[in-house]
Design a protein around this ligand. Structure first.
Ligand code: 8YV
Length: 304
């Protein structure tokens, strides 16, 4: 979370900054009672016990669009509303997604490593890449960010299909009713769906094998959507050609086997990490807090 946001929450509302280590119980025992609003960001799980330590809580405002860090059902049971920061980060996340896809296909990061390691000078050949033009790109999760990615891929000459919980009305792209069916007709799979119990390991060994030895996977959503063991196995076996990852099963731990591979691009969960997106996210968090304290409603509440 931006430090300017924490400062603003402190000066305007007398907010207390909780420690970010695992054991917040002492701080919660002191500051929990009386707190009406909790502002939180991804990486800080707000489960049932955490909520129980906040007996007067009325609203949870998440700094981020994905809110799988929050037990929304437990909050709603108690009449606590939950808000997030949709839309304002779409451009930044969509740009990063296209960048990752291009990087994996064109081997840009691998090329950078090759030059810096002096391999070019020493005459080692650099392998041919794959072009984005003409690729069939399958988007898993055609929400706001998925649509923003699809729009950006069209001028590259990509053929776009998608899988989503349900078909999107008036979407110009072809709908597939399973991730497997989508993978079977895609050269690249881009994961942009929210993390829910239903989407856990949506991209499994079968989906990866359907993507095929020329296919690449890009995940900018949450690590839980991809079976990471199956992904490692698919890369090892050459069942797929490469992967671009911004998110992992157990962040910030990234399997060391991935570090060694030149066919993967690894980013440290930075989809929305631009000044523009983060400032807009901070603004929306403040709008939510202000609206809730003034009227009892959030600007961008999440459904149950
Ligand atoms: C941030 C994100 O990493 O919005 C999300 O769901 O994953 C990212 O924007 C995170 O929310 C910042 O704490």
């Amino acid at each position: 979370m931006l430090s300017s946001l924490a400062e603003r929450l402190d000066t305007t509302y007398g907010a207390v900054e909780l420690p970010t280590d695992d054991d917040v119980s002492e701080a919660l025992a002191t500051h929990g009672p009386g707190a009406r609003v909790l502002v939180v960001s991804y990486g800080h799980p707000v489960g049932r016990p955490f909520l129980e330590a906040l007996p007067d809580l009325e609203a949870v405002v998440n700094f981020g669009v994905g809110y799988d860090n929050i037990d929304v059902a437990a909050a709603h049971e108690r009449g606590i509303v939950v808000g997030n920061t949709p839309d304002v980060l779409n451009d930044s996340v969509a740009e990063l997604t296209v960048g990752l896809l291009l990087d994996v296909l064109r081997r840009m990061s691998a090329g950078d490593r090759y030059v810096r390691a002096g391999r070019w000078e020493s005459g080692v050949a650099f392998p041919l890449a794959r072009q984005l033009a003409g690729r069939r790109v399958g988007i898993v999760g055609m929400g706001r960010i998925g649509a923003a990615v699809a729009r950006r891929l069209e001028p590259f000459g990509c053929e776009i299909g998608y899988h989503n919980r349900r078909e999107v009305d008036a979407s110009p792209y072809r709908f597939f009713d399973s991730a497997l069916a989508l993978a079977e007709t895609s050269d690249a799979l881009v994961v942009l769906a929210p993390a829910t119990p239903e989407t856990r390991h949506l991209v499994d060994a079968d989906v990866l094998s359907a993507l095929g030895p020329d296919g690449v996977l890009v995940n900018v959503a949450r690590g839980s959507l991809v079976d990471e063991c199956a992904l490692l196995e698919a890369l090892r076996a050459g069942t797929i050609a490469g992967a671009g990852l911004d998110v992992y099963a157990d962040e910030p731990r990234v399997p060391s086997e991935l570090w060694e591979r030149d066919d993967v691009v690894l980013l440290p969960h930075v989809g929305s990490a631009t000044r523009e997106a983060r400032e807009a996210m901070a603004g929306l968090v403040l709008d939510n807090v202000e609206a809730f304290l003034a009227s009892g409603s959030l600007v961008t509440p999440v459904e149950g």
